[in-house]
Write a protein that binds this ligand. Sequence first.
Ligand SMILES: NC(=O)c1ccc[n+]([C@@H]2O[C@H](COP(=O)([O-])OP(=O)(O)OC[C@H]3O[C@@H](n4cnc5c(N)ncnc54)[C@H](O)[C@@H]3O)[C@@H](O)[C@H]2O)c1
Length: 322
Amino acid sequence: MKVFVTGGSGYIGSVCVEMLINEGHEVVVFDNLERGHCEALHPDAKFVKGDLLCKEDIFNALEENPVDVVMHFAAYALVGESMAQPELYFRNNVVGGANLAEAMVRAGIKKIVFSSTCATYGQPDTDEITEDTIQCPTNPYGESKLMFEKMLLWYEKLHDIKPVFLRYFNACGASDRYGEDHEPESHIIPNVLAVALGKKSAVSVFGYDYPTPDGTCVRDYIHILDLAQAHLLAATKDVTGPFNLGTGTGISVKQIVDACIRVTGKDIPYEMCGRRPGDPAKLIANANKAKTILGWVPKYSDVDSIVESAWKWHQQNPDGYE
Ligand SMILES: NC(=O)c1ccc[n+]([C@@H]2O[C@H](COP(=O)([O-])OP(=O)(O)OC[C@H]3O[C@@H](n4cnc5c(N)ncnc54)[C@H](O)[C@@H]3O)[C@@H](O)[C@H]2O)c1
């Protein structure tokens, strides 16, 4: 396949590019590098520096690089930032997405695999989220992702573009080459490992009185190598529509801290803080559809393997990509 990867210098995009190249596919990365890293650009991928908000950039990039499929990772993805500055999210994730869809129509590209999120579901009143669970986002980030899903459904009807929405739960872990380096970092595992590395004195645990077994939030953690595998399957199979990507197993924040202590052998102090607004108690995927229809089998997503891979990468890159 020839694959056009937006956001290919970011955390998940870079690992997906690495897997595509390892499997013999040809890759064009399109990124403005605003939130990605030059060091995470795979040397065997063609790189086009451009911004989705600039129509000329994305129109030219797709016209000059005929591909079979687009994998669309480029977006802003910080929930807190989206609550403070919603306009950034509607502009980048929705207007940027609209420019991409228009460019695909002009270039005659018929398939897109879109990085969607469990944040499109909001705080559902169910123990296990299926693709049919009502989508009711609780922040502009989730809303912007849902808006682009809906936009793509119209492009499917009107322009025969086949969209796949991969709704990731909590992406985590690292490949041997690429890992997680966001600024600011809002995800739990790199923040806990920063304490193990001596870069922070303690990790903040937000909320200890949730109706969960140990009182901390429960999430479904999925290794980015398993996410990358799902992208390859979604791109090669004749499928459309939403697929949840998670393990179906809930892990609490406290269990993540314990796993980090176990794997690193370090003392990791944590402080219990108040709840963050909008954090649901529990988000767990039912990913049976991805397993049965895509044939997806997560291989790396037990909690110790996730933390081991992340720890290895953070030890090798204590200051991230800087
Ligand atoms: N990280 C997670 O846990 C998670 C969970 C669910 C969904 N997602 C989705 O997965 C995708 C990738 O997440 P990530 O953690 O790798 O993010 P990231 O911030 O590491 O990577 C995003 C990349 O997109 C690029 N980009 C952003 N806006 C752009 C624009 N207008 N034009 C060109 N490039 C642009 C950035 O420079 C960056 O390289 C996002 O769409 C996110 O919503 C992530």
